[in-house]
Write a protein that binds this ligand. Structure first.
Ligand SMILES: O=C(CCc1ccccc1NC(=O)c1cccc(C(F)(F)F)c1)NO
Ligand SMILES: [Zn+2]
Length: 366
């Protein structure tokens, strides 16, 4: 099958990379499930596989402070019994961001994965690049946060900026993409658009509709705060309206999208009532503009649903229809009892009253 290069889809993967991603506590074998499902649907052979290299210290320091990176690197032989020092907690390490022996190679490899994906776009080798094991949007310049050590998203955007003038960042994770928003709050070259749950006491607590950017970056930050129970229809209608407005006004040269899957039905976060069809429709909207596009993962703590979702998104990128039956493969039995690719919404109530959505529309679309 001959695909002209500009349609080539880049997929960041190696056995070593997946193995390392599975060392992250609380994410166990998620990366392996994701890759093997994409493989089981014969999608890997339709993509240009790019082996990631770990990001170098200087690459990571393009955003993070050197004392933070040095501290993270010093934790590389940390084991569970070691006590958490005050220095570690000062850098956000130890609680929300658990320490484990390979933490630094994990963080530098994931970051390298996203930079590798971004390079596929800046080198014009591909028009779409995927790193499902990146998308760690909470990490700050000198602080790990919310399960994120290095902010691979910021570093990917910074690399894209060396070639593309204006970058649109879209964050579809259940949680507000605070680390990325902070990094680009004051620039008009990166527009950050985040859809997320916004509720008292819900992490990270930022992302209210009133945060719109500062200085030159004023009006280049947009937050869509949502409540529990939102459905596919309401989410995708709102996304379509807001996204098309932003595309018209900002006219980016490249797009980065974080497809965190913790907003899906049956996620342990138990917040939104979305199925993969929502993220799929958002992705189709984005791809319809034929811009260089970087697709990243993120949250997603129901591992089989996350694998189903990102595999489905990969099929949309490749314009391949998938069987609804999960194909036989090494992890087939994990997909029981239904062995179905698509999810069904639950009957939980949607607390986003239409008056609330109307208010959001008015405040963001003017
Ligand atoms: O998903 C996130 C991070 C969520 C987070 C924020 C702050 C502190 C810890 C976390 N991570 C979790 O709550 C978490 C991580 C892995 C698995 C789970 C589970 F219990 F939901 F499965 C929960 N950002 O997009
Ligand atoms: Zn999340």
């Amino acid at each position: 099958m001959s695909t002209s290069d500009e349609k080539q889809v880049g997929y960041v993967y190696s056995e070593e990379y997946v193995d390392l991603c599975c060392k992250m506590p609380r994410l166990e074998d998620r990366a392996r499930l994701v890759h093997h499902l994409i493989q089981a649907y014969n999608l890997v052979d339709k993509m240009k596989v790019a082996r990631p290299k770990p990001a170098s210290i200087e690459e990571i320091c393009a955003f993070h402070s050197s004392d933070f990176v040095n501290t993270l690197q010093a934790c590389h032989n940390f084991d569970m019994e070691d006590e958490i020092t005050s220095e570690m907690t000062e850098y956000g390490l130890g609680y929300d961001c658990p320490l484990f022996p390979d933490v630094f190679s994990y963080a530098s490899f994931v970051t390298g994965g996203t930079i590798t994906a971004a390079r596929l776009l800046t080198s014009r080798c591909c028009s779409i690049a995927i790193n499902w094991f990146g998308g760690w949007h909470h990490a700050k310049r000198d602080m790990a946060s919310g399960f994120c050590y290095c902010n691979d998203v910021v570093l990917g955007v910074l690399h894209l900026k060396t070639v593309f003038d204006k970058i649109l960042y879209i964050d579809l994770d259940l949680h507000h993409g605070d680390g990325v928003e902070d990094a680009f709050l004051m620039t008009d070259k990166v527009f950050t658009l985040s859809f997320h749950k916004y509720a008292p006491g819900f992490f990270p607590g930022t992302g209210s509709i009133s945060t719109i950017g500062k200085g030159k970056g004023q009006y280049y930050t947009l937050n869509i705060p949502l409540k529990d129970g939102i459905t596919d229809q309401k989410y995708t209608d709102l996304f379509h309206e807001v996204f098309t407005n932003v595309m018209q006004a900002f006219q980016p040269n490249a797009v980065v999208c974080q497809f965190g899957a913790d907003g899906l039905v049956e996620d342990p976060m138990r917040s939104f009532n979305l199925t993969s069809l929502s993220l799929g429709k958002c992705l189709s909207d984005i791809l319809s503009y034929n811009l260089p596009t970087l697709c990243l993962g993120g949250g997603g703590y129901n591992f089989t649903n996350t694998a189903k979702c990102w595999c489905y998104l990969t099929s949309i990128i490749l314009e391949q229809k998938l069987d609804t039956q999960i194909p036989e493969h090494q992890f087939f039995d994990r997909y029981g009892p239904d062995f179905e690719l698509f999810l069904s919404p639950s009957n939980r109530s949607d607390t986003n009253e239409s008056s609330y959505v109307k208010e959001i529309r008015e405040k963001t679309l003017g």
